[in-house]
Design a protein around this ligand. Structure first.
Ligand code: C2E
Ligand code: MG
Ligand code: MG
Ligand code: MG
Length: 281
């Protein structure tokens, strides 16, 4: 190793690739046992209306993994590994069922948004998994939102569309996540499958910094969403300035650290208690 650091860039690169492959292999082995070991939990991040009342309308469920060997692993590190090993299918099923069980305890029409990977969506049993998650939890379909990214249409767009149509026929809402960061497929937005477009945080940041391109993109997305009758959620809003910018640009919902970080389920329940107390006072 000392030798490779000494200048043999090729050897060092090979060594690094090997180390990465080895870590991935170990992570995959740990992920394989993670559900039965109860190593996953969900956190919930508030979604609020973009008007001045900022009423809480729902939460996005975000999966968390804590493992003995790897510690607390962020999703950007393990979701890809889980997808490559097709472990995202059982993990995603666990997420969906847990999110529905939790969400049914929130009052009123509070919604829960669940992220679904392409492999999970296109797995033959997916519609049954969703139907059963709703049935077993008692959550009404309209309170569940499924978030997919633009990548869902890359391989077999026709099949993905047919699954989304069936999900929608169940009364579940659909959101296009991270809009503008991937392979943008405007055609898929116009066939009235989706209810919400989530504007990626990168545009929110750019707009608040006064970047003309970011502002132009958000304006275009909002105009398109309005004419198609879709909601727009600004993702990753961290500051008062970003909030004002997003309101001016006409996004209908906001999600971000400024209004709430992802939190354990128990804390999400407390938000309602506080809100009730405020309403009574
Ligand atoms: P996403 O669906 O776009 O989720 C939003 C991400 O932005 C979350 O990261 C959230 O914690 C983060 N975020 C929210 N507000 C702010 C903010 O104000 N500033 C900044 N800098 N970040 C903010 P997280 O939880 O690390 O998840 C990352 C991604 O992992 C998610 O992006 C989603 O694509 C994926 N993911 C999470 N949970 C699941 C899951 O259950 N299934 C699948 N398939 N993917 C998941
Ligand atoms: Mg999401
Ligand atoms: Mg997102
Ligand atoms: Mg995102």
């Amino acid at each position: 190793r000392a030798k490779s650091r000494g200048g043999n860039a090729h050897e060092s690169y090979k060594h690094q690739l090997h180390a990465e492959a080895e870590e991935k292999r170990q992570m995959e082995a740990e992920l394989r046992k993670a559900i039965e070991r109860n190593e996953f939990h969900l956190e919930y991040q508030p979604v609020v209306n973009a008007d001045n009342e900022h009423m809480l309308v729902g939460f996005e469920a975000l999966v968390r993994w804590t493992n003995e060997k790897f510690g607390r692993v962020p999703p950007f590190k393990f979701i890809k590994v889980a997808e490559d090993a097709r472990l995202i299918v059982p993990i995603g099923t666990w997420v969906l069922r847990q999110a529905c069980k939790d969400a049914v305890k929130w009052p009123g029409q509070t919604k829960v948004a669940v992220n679904v990977s392409v492999d999970q969506l296109t797995e033959p049993g997916f519609i049954d998994v969703v139907t059963k998650a709703l049935h077993d939890s008692g959550l009404p379909a309209y309170r569940l939102e499924i978030e997919v990214t633009e990548g869902i249409f890359l391989n077999d767009g026709k099949y993905a569309t047919s699954v989304l149509e069936r999900i929608r026929a169940l009364g579940i809402k659909l959101s296009m996540d991270d809009f503008g960061t991937g392979y943008s497929s405007l055609g898929y937005l116009s066939n009235s499958l989706f209810d919400t477009i989530k504007v990626d945080r990168s545009f929110v940041v750019g707009a608040a910094q006064g970047k003309a391109e970011s502002i132009a993109i958000i304006r275009a997305v909002v105009a398109m969403a309005q004419s198609l009758g879709l909601a727009t959620t600004a993702e990753g809003v961290e500051t008062e300035i970003e909030t004002q910018m997003i309101q001016q640009l006409g996004c209908t919902k906001i999600q971000g650290y400024y209004f709430g970080r992802p939190m354990p389920f128990a804390d999400s329940m407390e938000l309602f208690e506080n809100q009730n107390r405020r309403n009574v006072a």
